[in-house]
Design a protein around this ligand. Sequence first.
Ligand code: MUC
Ligand code: MG
Length: 387
Amino acid sequence: MWNKPVTKIDQIETMILDIPTIRGHVLSMATMRTQVAVLVLVKFSDGSEGIGEGTTIGGLSYGPESPEGIKLAIDAYIAPALTGRDADNVNGAIQLIDKLVKGNRIAKTAVEIALWDGLGKRLGVSVAQLFGGAVHERLPVAWTLASGNSETDIAEAHKMIETRRHNIFKLKIGKRSVREDVAHVARIKQAVGDAASVRVDVNTAWSLQDARWGLKGLQDAGCELVEQPVPARYRRAMAELASGYEIAVMADESLNGPEDALDVVNAKAADVFAVKVAQSGGLKRASEVIAIAQAAGLGLYGGTMLETGLGTAAALQLFATVETLDWGTEFFGPLLLTDEILAEPIIYRDFCVEIPKGVGIGAALDPDKIAFFRRDAGRTITAVAGE
Ligand code: MUC
Ligand code: MG
Protein backbone atom coordinates (compact mmCIF):
# COMPACT_ATOMS: atom_id res chain seq x y z
CA MET A 1 0.00 0.00 0.00
CA TRP A 2 1.19 3.51 -0.82
CA ASN A 3 1.97 5.53 2.28
CA LYS A 4 1.32 9.27 2.24
CA PRO A 5 4.57 11.09 3.18
CA VAL A 6 4.53 12.57 6.69
CA THR A 7 4.19 16.35 6.74
CA LYS A 8 6.96 17.82 8.88
CA ILE A 9 7.36 21.03 10.83
CA ASP A 10 9.96 22.87 8.73
CA GLN A 11 10.39 26.27 10.29
CA ILE A 12 8.99 28.31 13.19
CA GLU A 13 9.30 32.10 12.94
CA THR A 14 8.33 34.65 15.58
CA MET A 15 7.80 38.39 15.59
CA ILE A 16 6.75 41.06 18.06
CA LEU A 17 4.16 43.65 17.04
CA ASP A 18 3.58 46.93 18.94
CA ILE A 19 0.06 48.17 18.25
CA PRO A 20 -1.31 51.29 19.99
CA THR A 21 -4.58 51.05 21.95
CA ILE A 22 -7.49 53.39 21.12
CA ARG A 23 -7.24 54.96 24.61
CA GLY A 24 -5.32 54.36 27.79
CA HIS A 25 -6.54 51.07 29.32
CA VAL A 26 -6.22 51.60 33.08
CA LEU A 27 -5.73 48.38 35.05
CA SER A 28 -4.86 48.08 38.76
CA MET A 29 -1.24 47.25 37.94
CA ALA A 30 -0.52 49.25 34.78
CA THR A 31 -1.97 51.56 32.15
CA MET A 32 -1.74 50.09 28.66
CA ARG A 33 -1.21 52.43 25.72
CA THR A 34 0.25 49.83 23.39
CA GLN A 35 -0.50 46.14 23.09
CA VAL A 36 2.50 43.95 22.37
CA ALA A 37 1.58 40.81 20.46
CA VAL A 38 3.88 37.87 19.77
CA LEU A 39 2.97 36.14 16.51
CA VAL A 40 4.21 32.80 15.24
CA LEU A 41 4.37 31.54 11.68
CA VAL A 42 4.96 27.81 11.21
CA LYS A 43 5.98 26.54 7.79
CA PHE A 44 5.37 22.89 6.97
CA SER A 45 7.16 20.56 4.55
CA ASP A 46 4.15 20.31 2.19
CA GLY A 47 4.11 24.10 1.70
CA SER A 48 1.21 24.71 4.12
CA GLU A 49 1.47 27.27 6.94
CA GLY A 50 -0.07 27.93 10.33
CA ILE A 51 -0.27 31.12 12.39
CA GLY A 52 -0.50 31.59 16.15
CA GLU A 53 -0.37 34.26 18.84
CA GLY A 54 0.89 34.36 22.41
CA THR A 55 0.23 37.69 24.05
CA THR A 56 0.30 39.08 27.57
CA ILE A 57 -0.86 42.32 29.18
CA GLY A 58 1.17 45.29 30.42
CA GLY A 59 4.69 43.95 29.95
CA LEU A 60 5.60 41.96 33.09
CA SER A 61 2.98 43.62 35.30
CA TYR A 62 0.22 41.03 34.74
CA GLY A 63 2.04 37.71 34.75
CA PRO A 64 5.48 36.09 34.71
CA GLU A 65 5.95 35.98 30.91
CA SER A 66 6.99 39.08 28.98
CA PRO A 67 6.55 39.49 25.20
CA GLU A 68 10.32 39.37 24.75
CA GLY A 69 10.53 36.26 26.96
CA ILE A 70 7.74 34.56 25.00
CA LYS A 71 9.63 35.15 21.75
CA LEU A 72 12.89 33.92 23.29
CA ALA A 73 11.33 30.74 24.72
CA ILE A 74 9.98 29.88 21.28
CA ASP A 75 13.11 30.80 19.30
CA ALA A 76 15.64 29.17 21.63
CA TYR A 77 13.78 26.15 23.01
CA ILE A 78 10.41 25.30 21.44
CA ALA A 79 11.24 25.83 17.76
CA PRO A 80 14.45 23.72 17.73
CA ALA A 81 12.65 20.88 19.58
CA LEU A 82 9.74 20.78 17.13
CA THR A 83 11.56 21.32 13.85
CA GLY A 84 11.52 18.13 11.77
CA ARG A 85 8.67 16.56 13.78
CA ASP A 86 5.36 15.20 12.47
CA ALA A 87 3.17 18.25 11.83
CA ASP A 88 -0.13 16.38 12.04
CA ASN A 89 0.46 15.08 15.56
CA VAL A 90 -0.39 18.16 17.64
CA ASN A 91 -0.82 16.09 20.81
CA GLY A 92 2.68 14.66 20.32
CA ALA A 93 4.08 18.19 20.00
CA ILE A 94 2.26 19.35 23.14
CA GLN A 95 3.58 16.39 25.15
CA LEU A 96 7.15 16.87 23.95
CA ILE A 97 7.17 20.59 24.75
CA ASP A 98 5.57 20.04 28.16
CA LYS A 99 8.46 17.68 28.93
CA LEU A 100 11.18 20.02 27.67
CA VAL A 101 9.82 23.40 28.74
CA LYS A 102 8.39 24.13 32.19
CA GLY A 103 5.87 26.94 32.56
CA ASN A 104 6.01 29.40 29.63
CA ARG A 105 2.35 28.73 28.90
CA ILE A 106 1.89 31.74 26.63
CA ALA A 107 4.87 30.76 24.47
CA LYS A 108 3.50 27.21 24.19
CA THR A 109 0.09 28.59 23.27
CA ALA A 110 1.41 30.64 20.35
CA VAL A 111 3.05 27.61 18.74
CA GLU A 112 0.21 25.21 19.54
CA ILE A 113 -2.36 27.52 17.89
CA ALA A 114 -0.21 27.62 14.73
CA LEU A 115 -0.03 23.80 14.72
CA TRP A 116 -3.83 23.45 15.01
CA ASP A 117 -4.26 26.14 12.33
CA GLY A 118 -1.93 24.30 9.96
CA LEU A 119 -3.63 20.95 10.61
CA GLY A 120 -7.08 22.44 10.02
CA LYS A 121 -5.93 24.03 6.77
CA ARG A 122 -4.38 20.80 5.52
CA LEU A 123 -7.56 18.85 6.34
CA GLY A 124 -9.84 21.61 5.00
CA VAL A 125 -11.70 22.02 8.33
CA SER A 126 -11.94 24.62 11.07
CA VAL A 127 -10.15 24.25 14.41
CA ALA A 128 -13.62 24.06 16.01
CA GLN A 129 -14.16 20.96 13.88
CA LEU A 130 -10.89 19.49 15.19
CA PHE A 131 -12.30 20.00 18.72
CA GLY A 132 -15.47 18.09 17.83
CA GLY A 133 -17.53 20.76 16.07
CA ALA A 134 -19.01 24.19 16.78
CA VAL A 135 -22.30 24.44 18.65
CA HIS A 136 -22.47 28.27 18.41
CA GLU A 137 -22.20 30.66 15.48
CA ARG A 138 -21.83 33.69 17.73
CA LEU A 139 -21.16 34.36 21.41
CA PRO A 140 -22.07 37.24 23.76
CA VAL A 141 -19.12 39.61 24.15
CA ALA A 142 -18.33 42.04 26.97
CA TRP A 143 -16.43 45.34 26.70
CA THR A 144 -14.05 46.65 29.34
CA LEU A 145 -14.63 50.20 30.59
CA ALA A 146 -11.18 51.26 31.77
CA SER A 147 -10.57 54.87 30.78
CA GLY A 148 -9.88 55.70 34.42
CA ASN A 149 -12.72 58.24 34.51
CA SER A 150 -16.38 57.56 35.46
CA GLU A 151 -17.91 60.11 33.05
CA THR A 152 -15.86 58.85 30.08
CA ASP A 153 -16.80 55.26 30.99
CA ILE A 154 -20.52 56.14 31.18
CA ALA A 155 -20.41 57.87 27.77
CA GLU A 156 -18.56 54.84 26.33
CA ALA A 157 -21.14 52.45 27.84
CA HIS A 158 -24.09 54.41 26.42
CA LYS A 159 -22.49 54.43 22.97
CA MET A 160 -21.89 50.66 23.10
CA ILE A 161 -25.50 49.96 24.09
CA GLU A 162 -26.95 52.35 21.45
CA THR A 163 -24.88 50.81 18.67
CA ARG A 164 -25.77 47.30 19.95
CA ARG A 165 -22.09 46.39 20.24
CA HIS A 166 -21.95 45.47 23.94
CA ASN A 167 -24.36 45.24 26.86
CA ILE A 168 -21.99 43.49 29.26
CA PHE A 169 -19.38 45.74 30.88
CA LYS A 170 -16.32 44.79 32.86
CA LEU A 171 -14.91 47.64 34.93
CA LYS A 172 -11.26 47.61 35.86
CA ILE A 173 -10.83 48.59 39.49
CA GLY A 174 -8.28 48.16 42.29
CA LYS A 175 -6.08 51.17 41.60
CA ARG A 176 -7.97 53.61 43.83
CA SER A 177 -9.35 53.10 47.35
CA VAL A 178 -12.12 50.51 47.78
CA ARG A 179 -14.56 53.28 48.70
CA GLU A 180 -13.76 55.27 45.52
CA ASP A 181 -13.96 52.15 43.37
CA VAL A 182 -17.34 51.11 44.76
CA ALA A 183 -18.68 54.65 44.15
CA HIS A 184 -17.35 54.51 40.55
CA VAL A 185 -19.06 51.15 39.91
CA ALA A 186 -22.32 52.34 41.49
CA ARG A 187 -22.35 55.46 39.25
CA ILE A 188 -21.90 53.38 36.13
CA LYS A 189 -24.49 50.76 37.13
CA GLN A 190 -26.97 53.52 37.91
CA ALA A 191 -26.32 55.13 34.51
CA VAL A 192 -26.87 51.92 32.49
CA GLY A 193 -29.60 50.41 34.69
CA ASP A 194 -31.09 47.14 33.49
CA ALA A 195 -29.81 47.73 29.95
CA ALA A 196 -26.45 46.17 30.82
CA SER A 197 -24.68 43.72 33.10
CA VAL A 198 -21.90 45.33 35.16
CA ARG A 199 -18.97 43.31 36.48
CA VAL A 200 -15.54 44.23 37.84
CA ASP A 201 -11.99 42.94 37.61
CA VAL A 202 -9.67 43.80 40.50
CA ASN A 203 -6.62 42.06 38.98
CA THR A 204 -5.46 40.81 42.43
CA ALA A 205 -5.16 44.30 43.97
CA TRP A 206 -7.15 43.77 47.20
CA SER A 207 -6.28 42.24 50.54
CA LEU A 208 -8.94 39.95 52.06
CA GLN A 209 -10.00 42.79 54.33
CA ASP A 210 -10.38 45.21 51.37
CA ALA A 211 -12.27 42.54 49.48
CA ARG A 212 -14.82 42.01 52.27
CA TRP A 213 -15.78 45.69 52.13
CA GLY A 214 -15.49 45.71 48.37
CA LEU A 215 -17.79 42.75 47.72
CA LYS A 216 -20.39 44.04 50.16
CA GLY A 217 -20.44 47.45 48.43
CA LEU A 218 -20.34 46.02 44.92
CA GLN A 219 -23.27 43.68 45.39
CA ASP A 220 -25.34 46.47 46.95
CA ALA A 221 -24.55 48.56 43.85
CA GLY A 222 -25.97 45.86 41.53
CA CYS A 223 -22.64 44.57 40.28
CA GLU A 224 -23.04 40.90 39.29
CA LEU A 225 -19.53 39.50 39.39
CA VAL A 226 -16.08 40.22 40.78
CA GLU A 227 -13.03 38.85 39.01
CA GLN A 228 -9.86 37.94 40.91
CA PRO A 229 -10.27 40.30 43.89
CA VAL A 230 -7.20 38.95 45.74
CA PRO A 231 -3.81 37.51 44.67
CA ALA A 232 -3.72 34.35 42.59
CA ARG A 233 -2.44 32.03 45.35
CA TYR A 234 -4.95 33.17 48.01
CA ARG A 235 -7.22 30.16 47.64
CA ARG A 236 -8.66 30.43 51.16
CA ALA A 237 -9.48 34.12 50.76
CA MET A 238 -11.15 33.42 47.39
CA ALA A 239 -13.14 30.60 49.05
CA GLU A 240 -14.29 32.85 51.90
CA LEU A 241 -15.41 35.50 49.41
CA ALA A 242 -17.15 32.99 47.14
CA SER A 243 -19.17 31.53 50.01
CA GLY A 244 -19.73 34.76 51.94
CA TYR A 245 -21.51 36.92 49.34
CA GLU A 246 -24.19 36.58 46.68
CA ILE A 247 -22.06 38.31 44.03
CA ALA A 248 -20.27 35.74 41.83
CA VAL A 249 -16.51 35.37 42.36
CA MET A 250 -14.54 34.58 39.21
CA ALA A 251 -11.00 33.18 39.10
CA ASP A 252 -8.64 34.55 36.45
CA GLU A 253 -5.00 34.90 37.56
CA SER A 254 -5.58 31.85 39.85
CA LEU A 255 -6.04 29.63 36.78
CA ASN A 256 -2.84 28.58 35.07
CA GLY A 257 -3.79 25.33 33.44
CA PRO A 258 -5.74 22.21 34.44
CA GLU A 259 -3.80 21.54 37.67
CA ASP A 260 -4.73 24.98 39.02
CA ALA A 261 -8.30 24.45 37.85
CA LEU A 262 -8.60 21.28 39.92
CA ASP A 263 -6.97 22.97 42.90
CA VAL A 264 -9.41 25.92 42.71
CA VAL A 265 -12.35 23.50 42.52
CA ASN A 266 -11.06 21.50 45.50
CA ALA A 267 -10.60 24.70 47.52
CA LYS A 268 -14.09 25.97 46.49
CA ALA A 269 -12.19 29.14 45.55
CA ALA A 270 -14.46 30.38 42.72
CA ASP A 271 -18.01 30.34 41.38
CA VAL A 272 -16.91 31.01 37.80
CA PHE A 273 -13.78 30.34 35.73
CA ALA A 274 -12.45 32.98 33.31
CA VAL A 275 -10.78 30.56 30.92
CA LYS A 276 -7.93 32.16 28.99
CA VAL A 277 -6.31 30.12 26.22
CA ALA A 278 -2.89 31.72 26.76
CA GLN A 279 -2.94 31.36 30.54
CA SER A 280 -4.06 27.74 30.24
CA GLY A 281 -1.14 26.84 27.96
CA GLY A 282 -3.01 26.47 24.67
CA LEU A 283 -6.32 25.38 23.17
CA LYS A 284 -6.03 21.80 24.39
CA ARG A 285 -5.14 22.73 27.96
CA ALA A 286 -7.91 25.37 27.94
CA SER A 287 -10.37 22.66 26.88
CA GLU A 288 -9.21 20.65 29.92
CA VAL A 289 -9.76 23.65 32.23
CA ILE A 290 -13.25 24.00 30.74
CA ALA A 291 -13.97 20.31 31.35
CA ILE A 292 -12.96 20.63 35.01
CA ALA A 293 -15.30 23.63 35.48
CA GLN A 294 -18.12 21.73 33.78
CA ALA A 295 -17.61 18.64 35.92
CA ALA A 296 -17.60 20.79 39.08
CA GLY A 297 -20.74 22.66 38.05
CA LEU A 298 -19.00 26.06 37.93
CA GLY A 299 -19.90 28.92 35.61
CA LEU A 300 -17.79 29.59 32.51
CA TYR A 301 -16.56 32.78 30.85
CA GLY A 302 -14.29 33.12 27.83
CA GLY A 303 -11.38 35.32 28.99
CA THR A 304 -8.85 37.27 26.93
CA MET A 305 -5.27 38.50 27.17
CA LEU A 306 -6.36 41.28 24.80
CA GLU A 307 -4.98 39.40 21.83
CA THR A 308 -5.18 40.72 18.28
CA GLY A 309 -7.71 39.23 15.86
CA LEU A 310 -5.43 36.22 15.41
CA GLY A 311 -5.44 34.98 19.01
CA THR A 312 -9.07 36.02 19.30
CA ALA A 313 -10.03 33.92 16.27
CA ALA A 314 -8.25 30.92 17.79
CA ALA A 315 -10.07 31.32 21.12
CA LEU A 316 -13.39 31.66 19.30
CA GLN A 317 -12.81 28.34 17.57
CA LEU A 318 -12.53 26.59 20.93
CA PHE A 319 -15.32 28.43 22.74
CA ALA A 320 -17.67 27.78 19.80
CA THR A 321 -17.54 24.14 20.89
CA VAL A 322 -18.49 24.79 24.55
CA GLU A 323 -22.07 23.88 25.39
CA THR A 324 -22.84 26.53 28.02
CA LEU A 325 -20.99 29.79 28.63
CA ASP A 326 -23.14 31.15 31.45
CA TRP A 327 -21.21 34.45 31.63
CA GLY A 328 -20.44 34.92 27.92
CA THR A 329 -17.02 36.07 26.71
CA GLU A 330 -14.75 39.11 26.49
CA PHE A 331 -13.20 38.42 23.11
CA PHE A 332 -13.03 42.10 22.15
CA GLY A 333 -9.20 42.41 21.92
CA PRO A 334 -9.05 43.64 18.30
CA LEU A 335 -11.51 46.45 19.12
CA LEU A 336 -9.12 47.95 21.68
CA LEU A 337 -6.40 48.38 19.04
CA THR A 338 -6.08 51.31 16.64
CA ASP A 339 -5.52 48.96 13.70
CA GLU A 340 -6.75 45.63 12.43
CA ILE A 341 -4.03 43.14 11.50
CA LEU A 342 -6.33 40.54 9.91
CA ALA A 343 -7.18 40.65 6.21
CA GLU A 344 -10.86 40.16 7.21
CA PRO A 345 -11.78 41.56 10.62
CA ILE A 346 -13.77 39.51 13.13
CA ILE A 347 -17.42 40.61 13.08
CA TYR A 348 -19.03 42.22 16.16
CA ARG A 349 -22.76 42.92 16.05
CA ASP A 350 -25.92 42.58 18.11
CA PHE A 351 -23.94 42.30 21.37
CA CYS A 352 -22.14 39.25 20.00
CA VAL A 353 -18.90 38.23 18.33
CA GLU A 354 -19.21 35.89 15.37
CA ILE A 355 -17.14 32.72 15.08
CA PRO A 356 -14.86 33.21 12.05
CA LYS A 357 -15.70 30.91 9.17
CA GLY A 358 -13.15 29.09 7.07
CA VAL A 359 -10.43 26.55 7.61
CA GLY A 360 -7.95 26.49 10.50
CA ILE A 361 -8.58 29.33 12.92
CA GLY A 362 -10.47 31.17 10.17
CA ALA A 363 -8.07 34.13 10.03
CA ALA A 364 -5.43 35.47 7.63
CA LEU A 365 -2.93 38.25 8.33
CA ASP A 366 -2.79 41.54 6.43
CA PRO A 367 0.88 41.59 5.28
CA ASP A 368 1.08 45.41 5.08
CA LYS A 369 -0.12 45.81 8.66
CA ILE A 370 2.31 43.16 9.87
CA ALA A 371 5.19 44.90 8.07
CA PHE A 372 4.18 48.21 9.66
CA PHE A 373 3.72 47.05 13.27
CA ARG A 374 6.68 44.66 13.49
CA ARG A 375 9.05 45.85 16.20
CA ASP A 376 12.01 44.94 14.00
CA ALA A 377 10.70 47.31 11.32
CA GLY A 378 12.47 49.97 13.37
CA ARG A 379 9.62 52.33 14.38
CA THR A 380 10.00 54.20 17.66
CA ILE A 381 7.75 52.66 20.32
CA THR A 382 5.93 54.76 22.87
CA ALA A 383 5.69 53.33 26.40
CA VAL A 384 4.07 49.90 26.50
CA ALA A 385 2.79 50.19 30.04
CA GLY A 386 3.34 52.57 32.88
CA GLU A 387 1.74 53.86 36.02
C1 MUC B 1 -7.88 40.52 32.64
O1 MUC B 1 -7.31 40.48 33.69
O2 MUC B 1 -8.91 39.91 32.55
C2 MUC B 1 -9.21 41.20 29.95
C3 MUC B 1 -10.03 42.18 29.54
C4 MUC B 1 -9.41 43.40 29.83
O3 MUC B 1 -9.83 44.52 29.65
O4 MUC B 1 -8.25 43.16 30.42
C5 MUC B 1 -8.00 41.78 30.41
C6 MUC B 1 -7.25 41.30 31.54
MG1 MG C 1 -8.95 39.37 34.70
